[in-house]
Design a protein around this ligand. Structure first.
Ligand code: FMN
Length: 158
C-alpha cells in the first residue's frame, strides 16, 4: 500500500505555530494538524507528536495558543519546525498575553485555548482545546503548506 504521506503531501494545509508559557519561558512549534471540532462549546484540535517538547509543555501548562501564520511568515514556520527549541523565541517578535499566551507578531489571528482533554493515538496526542478567546489581527492571506513547500491561496472563481 502507498505510504499515507504520499496522500497527505497532496492535501493543502494551514500553517500555525502552537505556543505555550511554562511560567518562566515560552515554548512552541509549527503545526499544520489543526482543525475546528465544535461550536457549542467552541473546541479545536491539534495533533502533536508525543516526543516533541511542545507536546509535553502543552499538556503540563494545560494552555496553548494557535497562531495562524500569514503568507509572509514561511521563515517563521521553518524556525519553529527546524531551529533548536530554545532558540526559537530569540529570533521572532512575540508578546505574552494574559500571562500565559505567547502571541507571534505578524500572525493573521490567534486562538487562546485551555486543554479540554487529550487522546493518545499511537505516536501522537490528539489535543482538544476549549477556545477562551479569539483575536483577529489582519486580513492578510494565510500561509499554505503543500507538496512540502509554502504557498499563498489563489482565488479561481468569483
Ligand atoms: C509545515 C509543518 C507542519 C508541521 N505540523 C506538525 C504537526 O501538526 N504535528 C507535529 O507533531 N509536528 C508537526 N511538524 C513538525 C514540528 O514542527 C517539529 O517536529 C518541531 O521541531 C517540534 O518541536 P519541539 O520538539 O521542539 O517542540 C510540522 C512541521 C512543518 C514544517
Amino acid at each position: 500500500m502507498t505510504d499515507l504521506r504520499e496522500f497527505m503531501r497532496r492535501v493543502p494545509q494551514c500553517v500555525t505555530v502552537v505556543t505555550t508559557f511554562d511560567g518562566s519561558k515560552p515554548h512552541g512549534m509549527t503545526v499544520s494538524s489543526f482543525t475546528s471540532v465544535s461550536l457549542e462549546p467552541q473546541l479545536v484540535l491539534i495533533v502533536l507528536e508525543k516526543t516533541t517538547q511542545t507536546c509535553r509543555n502543552v499538556l503540563e501548562t494545560k494552555r496553548f495558543c494557535v497562531n495562524l501564520l500569514s503568507e509572509k511568515q514561511a521563515a517563521v514556520s521553518d524556525l519553529f519546525a527546524y531551529a533548536p527549541h530554545d532558540d526559537r523565541f530569540e529570533k521572532v517578535k512575540y508578546r505574552l498575553e494574559d500571562g500565559f499566551y505567547p502571541v507571534i507578531d505578524g500572525a493573521v489571528a490567534t486562538l487562546f485555548c485551555e486543554v479540554h482533554n487529550h487522546v493518545e493515538a499511537a505516536t501522537h496526542n490528539i489535543i482538544l482545546g476549549l477556545v477562551k478567546d479569539i483575536k483577529i489581527f489582519s486580513d492578510q492571506q494565510p500561509l499554505v503548506y503543500f507538496q512540502r513547500q509554502y504557498y499563498r491561496p489563489a482565488k479561481i472563481m468569483e
